[in-house]
Design a protein around this ligand. Sequence first.
Ligand code: UDP
Ligand code: MG
Length: 330
Amino acid sequence: MILYTSTNLKQKNAGACSIVVPIYNEENVIPQFHFRLNRVVKLLDIQVHVIFVNDGSYDSSTQIIENLTNLEYDYTLINLSRNFGKEAAMSAGLSKADGDFTIILDVDLQDPPELIPSMIDKWKEGADIVCMQRNKRYGESWFKKASAFLFYKIINRLADCEIPENVGDFRLLDKKVVRELIQLREKNIYMKGLLAWPGFNQVILNFDRDQRFSGESKWPLQKLLALAMDGITSFSTKPLQIATYLGATIASGSFFYAIWTVLKTFILGETVTGFPTIIVAITGLGGVQLLSIGLIGAYVGRIYNEVKNRPRFIVASEINKAAAETSKVI
Ligand code: UDP
Ligand code: MG
C-alpha cells in the first residue's frame, strides 16, 4: 500500500462532515453511542450530519433514535424496508452523505468516536481516505482473528488492488471518494474492497479495537464465509485461472503416468496392478472437478445476481432532525 506522508499532501479546509452509522438491533448501545458522539461533536468546529441507517431492526432502535435529545449534530434516520446487511446499509448511508468528508462508524462503540478529531486532522493535512487499522482486537475469538489474517493474505494475493489488512469499515472518505463509490453499480458488494478500489491518497492510523459495548456480533461464521466469498469473487477472477492450471497439471501428470504404465508392462513385463491407483485417481479427479464447477458456479451466481439488477436496498422511510430542534439542557 502506498502511504503518503503529510509533506506531499495538499492542506484542506474543514467544512461539513457526514457520519454514516449502520444499525441493526442495537437498542442497548444507541444511548451510550449518542452520549460519546455528542461529546466529541461539541468540541469540533464543523457542522456534523449523522446518517443513521436502520437496517431492518425489530427492537426499539428507531424509537430510541427519534427520541434522542440534546443533539449537537443534525441527523437523518433512514429506515430500510428489511435487513439488507451491513454492506447495503453503509451504501444507503453513503448515498445520502453530503459532507466535505464522510466517516463510517459502527454504533457498538468498537470504533471509538473519540478518534474522529485525529481522523479529521489527517484529512486537513490532505488525506483523501483515512483507514483505521486495528492493532489489537479485544473481545474477538482466536478463530475470528486467525481467519481474518488468512483471508487478507489470500485476497491480497488474488485481488488487483491492495486491500489494507485489519482495516474495517471505520474510515474517513473525502467527498470525491464518496462520489466515485456511489457510482459503482454492482449489487453484491464487498465494502472493504470497494473502499480500497478508487485509490486516492490513503493514510493509515492505528488504534486498539475495543470490545462491543453491549450485545453480540451480528456476523456469525456463515455470514463471514459468505462475505469472504463475495470479497474474493468480486475482486478477482484468478480462482478460475487456478482451476485451469490445476486441471492442466493433473491432466499432464496422468498422461505421463499412462506412458510409464505402458512402458513398465512392455519393457519390464510387469502385469497391470493398481486398484488403489484407480480409486485415488477417480476420487482425486472427481474432487478437483467438483471444486472447479463450484468455483464457476460462484461466478455464475454473481452474474445472475447482477443481471437481475435489483436495488441494493429499499428505503421505507426517512426522518430528518436538526440539532436546534431538540431541547438543549446544559
Ligand atoms: N449491522 C447492520 N446490519 C447487519 C449487521 C450489522 O447494520 O445486518 C451493523 C451493526 O448494528 C453495527 C455494525 O453493523 O453497527 C457492525 O456490526 P457488528 O458489530 O455485528 O460486526 P463486528 O464488529 O462483529 O464485525
Ligand atoms: Mg462490532
